[in-house]
Design a protein around this ligand. Structure first.
Ligand SMILES: Nc1ccn([C@@H]2O[C@H](COP(=O)(O)OP(=O)(O)OP(=O)(O)O)[C@@H](O)[C@H]2O)c(=O)n1
Ligand SMILES: C[C@](O)(CO)[C@H](O)COP(=O)(O)O
Length: 220
């Protein structure tokens, strides 16, 4: 089955607070986004990689590609106002429904190749595959009446790549945006599809705030 990998890097990185968008910050001498693209190519040389970028960052990316002599094949698509809209823009470049599509945060460079490969396998089998990890800390719910301990084994932390059969995710995105969408699983679920969970890798952190860069250097 034809494979696509949508790598979303259309965000501004406001929580990182750096002038350079976080997807371009270097880890071990290479921009985060290049590490991420390389992981998908390494995991499956046949996958068609589509990368979303903010419109005003395309020149910066072209300069970085030149500087690092980056030759991993990928197609650039303009991002949207939210992550949902960036994914939606990228989906427009997928011509047929008979395929499998992995959707991944450009700022998760430490995903393992095994998790990427497993996401394709599980999506082909189950339709929608989402990597998760168990919580290592205690969990409390904050309510208007106070805060209360929760059973952490009832919960999982959700990672990407979230991978889908093409017909499922293309159909789900046809039905429009809702404020509560945080990821592609929430879009597909809202449209009636069940998610199959599989084990992610703990190193697959989302680089979000400055301390994640230190962690990323250690883990990469
Ligand atoms: N309009 C957007 C917003 C986010 N993303 C991408 O979605 C991923 C996860 O989002 P997040 O970590 O929230 O990134 P930012 O939106 O850039 O960060 P912040 O919320 O701190 O501004 C990132 O790779 C980001 O570039 C995107 O493609 N298009
Ligand atoms: C998609 C995601 O990375 C899954 O954990 C997460 O939902 C993105 O959240 P953010 O608040 O938009 O960074």
């Amino acid at each position: 089955m034809k494979k696509y990998s949508i790598i979303v890097a259309g965000g501004k990185g406001l929580r990182m607070g750096s002038e350079l968008p976080k997807q371009f910050i270097e880890l071990k001498g290479l921009p985060i986004l290049m590490h991420t693209i390389n992981k998908f190519h390494e995991a499956d040389k046949t996958t068609n990689i589509i990368v979303t970028l903010p419109k005003d960052q395309k020149v910066t990316w072209a300069e970085l590609v030149q500087k690092h002599q980056f030759s991993t094949p990928h197609q650039i698509v303009t991002g949207g106002a939210t992550r949902y809209h960036s994914v939606d823009n990228a989906l427009q470049y997928i011509p047929a429904h008979d395929c499998v599509i992995a959707i991944h945060d450009g700022v998760r460079p430490l995903v393992s190749t095994e998790v990427i490969q497993e996401s394709y396998t599980q999506a082909i089998q189950h339709g929608a595959a989402v990597p998760t990890v168990p919580l290592k800390e205690s969990l409390r719910e904050i309510t208007k009446d106070g805060n209360f301990a929760k059973n952490r084994s009832d919960f999982r932390l959700v990672q990407t790549p979230q991978t889908f059969r093409g017909d499922i995710i293309l159909h789900a995105f046809e039905n429009g945006y809702q404020e509560f969408f945080t990821d592609d699983a929430s879009v597909a679920e809202f449209n009636g599809f069940a998610m199959h969970l599989f084990d992610g890798n703990y190193e697959n952190i989302k680089v979000t705030t400055p301390e994640d860069l230190k962690l990323g250097e250690v883990l990469s």
